[in-house]
Unconditional design. Sequence first.
Length: 92
Amino acid sequence: MGNGNGMWNQKPLINSLLEILIENRGEIIDRRLEELLKKEFPQLNSLLLEEIFLKLESQNIINLFRVSKTKNMIVLNKNNQQIKKRIMKDLP
């Protein structure tokens, strides 16, 4: 069933989210990101994803920009030191 709040560990989800962002040159529309993540995490919902976005934005890992009433652009903060290390490690 998961941990006390009924959710699985968020770390693998966040890792997948960051990998998708890196593969998409550091930016993606939130609904597209949700579609891609649901392939790996079928139990994912919009509310949980919003929570994760807020967490990552507060840690200065991503920035969210509203592009329409229903869409947000998620942009990887490439100036964040943790992200820089990860991108460099993932490059061939």
